[in-house]
Write a protein that binds this ligand. Structure first.
Ligand SMILES: Cc1cc2nc3c(=O)[nH]c(=O)nc-3n(C[C@H](O)[C@H](O)[C@H](O)COP(=O)(O)OP(=O)(O)OC[C@H]3O[C@@H](n4cnc5c(N)ncnc54)[C@H](O)[C@@H]3O)c2cc1C
Length: 281
């Protein structure tokens, strides 16, 4: 494959729940750090369920030398809550943030002061000016709760107008959905980078469940081939590596400004893809 060296590649972790998870993440982090990413990001449980763990992970990562970007979801949060979190990050020199609405577990009602991510972006700007580099989410295949594709795009635009600096997309396996979305951004005068979110394929059942929930389409040909491997994990991984490496290559060839990897706290799948793209430690 052709050589690329995107500046904007980044790796996403979730905060580890156990000591073993934390120890394992340290190893994963040190392997991925050798690739010199723009930043590592750490997810945040909607409603604040991982608040302290996200904070601890972010501070630890940043202390090791490469920027860390906490995710911050606003659903079920109060303004005071968010203000405190932002202040803590500022006090620790954390200057990048991924601003999201979040999803509440089904049945849980929100008593928060924010309804949508654009309100969070506006609040961060109001409270902290230009301090944070704000990344927001986008859905090239349309957010699953959106009234329509057109409305979803208008809502996405609100986040950009509220002051977002960059965009990370939900993962997808249809490159055309991404290119169409980027064209739409251009037509609407949106010039901030739209970085594709990449989910390596390492197994099938979990990916299928996940994709159903977040509205990511697994194209028929991909689903059928993955199904045909049954429990043969090695075959799934080899096939997944090939498919996702080709997707990344196509995205970069088509002008994507970088790649954001949903690592699932594993280093090997992401490193293997980047090696196929000639990006090495
Ligand atoms: C890169 C990335 C990282 C993520 N990290 C996390 C994480 O750490 N923690 C977590 O809980 N979740 C995370 N998520 C999931 C995300 O929280 C969900 O996908 C959520 O459903 C939408 O979040 P959002 O910020 O895109 O919401 P929004 O931009 O608020 O959009 C949500 C829905 O509301 C509609 N909408 C938006 N604004 C308006 C408005 N003003 N008026 C009417 N309708 C509106 C949109 O069309 C869309 O259907 C992540 C998603 C991505 C892509």
């Amino acid at each position: 494959m052709q050589s690329h060296n995107p500046q904007l590649f980044s790796f996403e972790f979730y905060p580890p729940k156990t000591e073993e998870g934390a120890a394992s993440l340290q190893v994963v982090h040190s392997k991925l750090a050798k690739l010199n990413p723009e930043f590592f990001s750490v997810t945040f449980g909607a409603g604040g369920s991982t608040r302290d763990k996200t904070f601890d992970a972010v501070v630890e990562i940043q202390a090791k030398g490469i920027a860390a970007a906490p995710h911050l979801s606003c659903v079920a949060s109060t303004k005071d809550n968010i203000r405190t979190i932002l202040k803590n990050y500022q006090d620790h020199g954390i200057a990048k943030i991924v601003a999201l609405r979040g999803d509440l577990p089904s049945g849980m009602m929100s008593a928060g002061e924010f309804r949508y991510a654009n309100e969070l972006v506006a609040f961060i700007r109001q409270e902290t000016g230009d301090y944070f580099e704000i990344h927001v989410a986008a859905y090239p295949e349309v957010h699953p709760q959106a009234v329509s594709g057109t409305e979803d795009f208008k809502n996405f635009k609100r986040k950009v107008e509220a002051g977002a600096n960059a965009v990370i997309t939900q993962y997808f396996y249809n490159a055309e959905a991404y290119f169409y979305f980027v064209d739409l951004c251009e037509k609407n005068g949106i010039t901030i980078p739209v970085v594709p979110g990449i989910m390596p394929i390492t197994q099938y059942a979990q990916l299928f469940r996940f994709s159903e929930m977040c509205g990511a389409d697994i194209p028929r040909w991909l689903r059928k081939r993955l199904e045909s491997f049954g429990d043969d994990r090695e075959a799934i991984q080899a096939f997944g590596l090939d498919v996702v490496s080709r997707l990344c290559q196509r995205l970069l060839d088509g002008g994507a400004p970088g790649l954001h990897f949903y690592t699932m706290n594993q280093s090997a799948p992401t490193i293997a893809i980047l090696e196929n793209l000639q990006i090495k430690a």
